[in-house]
Design a protein around this ligand. Structure first.
Ligand SMILES: Cc1cc2nc3c(=O)[nH]c(=O)nc-3n(C[C@H](O)[C@H](O)[C@H](O)COP(=O)(O)O)c2cc1C
Length: 350
């Protein structure tokens, strides 16, 4: 299986499976002398961890990050950093049915077509468990960006058709849905409870904002900052669309409406989402990701078995009602990884 690495200078390679010994990441290209300790990962790992809320998969994992290489006396040494997150709460039995039939909407079918043999327990390599390694790598990326004053914040802007109307970023960390609007949060909880009752699942939209990013990050032509951000975000399971700034709405605007007039003090508005010509312009970077409803639902569904014969599948197991809240910290991590890579590529790190 190729394609497990991402980034040019700050290059992350994730490994491991849902029901193996654990998941992890090797980070190449991290500069030396950056303070790094296991405790630095706790906050971010807890935010992604399954089993936090009633709407998450009840799988319980401590998600403690072990630093296996690349750090000496509390500082990075410049050699590859290896981070490992051990799996503890591994129950394979509920997945036994997937030995034979494929989950509609999931990756079982395509993995079988491509590899002919795969670890079907909990999705193996394509399980959301892999994103724990990304969050760990994002912590290291964040350390590189910290002295620059770059801040990456993601939150749930829409869930199950309920849109956040107010923007209280302090409230984001105070609710399990990471939504910035207290009223919308209650309504989202309501639709989630209903979906749970109906054995169904819900999608939504995550917004990411980056403040403090200097102008000049991004490499024309193929490694544009927005192109790399889109790839990073789309590489997360269940993400089905990405927009930067005005995004798809720009298609309906006139040039006079969509341009961001420039003044000596900066841009008058930010429809560009902080990126022009693939290069950061110093304004806030804004992107949104569309997240589909998770495929695992409790309904009886039509499917086929490995021989292509028609079959029925009714799942029982441990699933999220919506992946949206758990994707919030994952997208923050992916954006940090892209920005750290482009910062190192810019050669401006002091
Ligand atoms: C953080 C996170 C949690 C997820 N939780 C679930 C889940 O509980 N059940 C499920 O069927 N899919 C879940 N997914 C989505 C699947 O991993 C994803 O839909 C699947 O791999 C197929 O990939 P695709 O949707 O990108 O085509 C989750 C994804 C992420 C990133």
């Amino acid at each position: 299986m190729a394609g497990n690495s991402f980034g040019q200078i700050f290059r992350v390679t994730t490994f491991g499976e849902s029901h193996g010994d654990g998941v992890g990441v090797v980070i190449d290209g991290c500069p030396s002398k950056i303070p790094l300790a296991s405790e630095n990962f706790v906050y971010h790992m807890q935010r992604r961890r399954p089993g936090r809320g009633a709407m998450d998969t009840p799988r319980h994992e401590m998600d403690r990050v072990e630093i296996l290489s690349g750090v000496f006396e509390g500082l990075t040494t410049g050699v590859p950093i290896t981070l490992f997150i051990r799996n503890h709460d591994v129950k394979s039995r509920p997945y036994e049915i997937l030995r034979e039939v494929f989950r509609p909407g999931h990756a079982d079918y395509t993995y079988f077509k491509k590899y002919g043999h795969f670890d079907f327990r909990g999705g193996g390599r394509y399980s959301a468990r892999e994103t724990a390694a990304r969050v760990a790598a994002g912590v290291v990326a964040g350390k590189i960006l910290e002295p620059l004053g770059v801040k990456v914040r993601a939150y749930t802007i829409e869930l199950g058709g309920i849109r956040a109307e107010s923007m209280d970023l302090d409230f984001v960390e105070k609710n399990p849905l990471y939504c910035p609007d207290p009223i919308a949060t209650e309504r989202m909880k309501g639709v989630l409870a209903k979906a749970k009752e109906d054995a169904d699942s819900l999608g939504g939209i995550v917004e990411v904002r980056v403040t403090g990013c200097p102008a000049g990050l991004g490499e024309p032509v193929f490694d544009k900052l927005d192109a790399d951000l889109a790839k990073a975000v789309m590489s997360v399971g269940a993400v089905k669309g990405v927009e930067i700034g005005a995004g798809f709405e720009a298609a309906r605007l006139k040039g006079s409406e969509n341009n961001d007039p420039i003044t000596p003090d900066g841009f008058q508005r930010n429809r560009a989402g902080g990126i022009l010509g693939g290069i950061s312009n110093g304004d806030e970077i804004i992107l949104r990701a569309a997240v589909k409803p998770v495929p695992s639902i409790g309904w009886e569904q039509d499917t086929v078995d490995r021989e292509g014969r028609p079959a029925k599948l009714k799942l029982t197991g441990r699933f999220d009602i919506s992946a949206v809240p758990r994707i919030v910290p994952v997208l923050e991590a992916m954006v940090r990884i892209v920005l750290a890579d482009h910062y190192l590529r810019s050669g401006t790190m002091k």
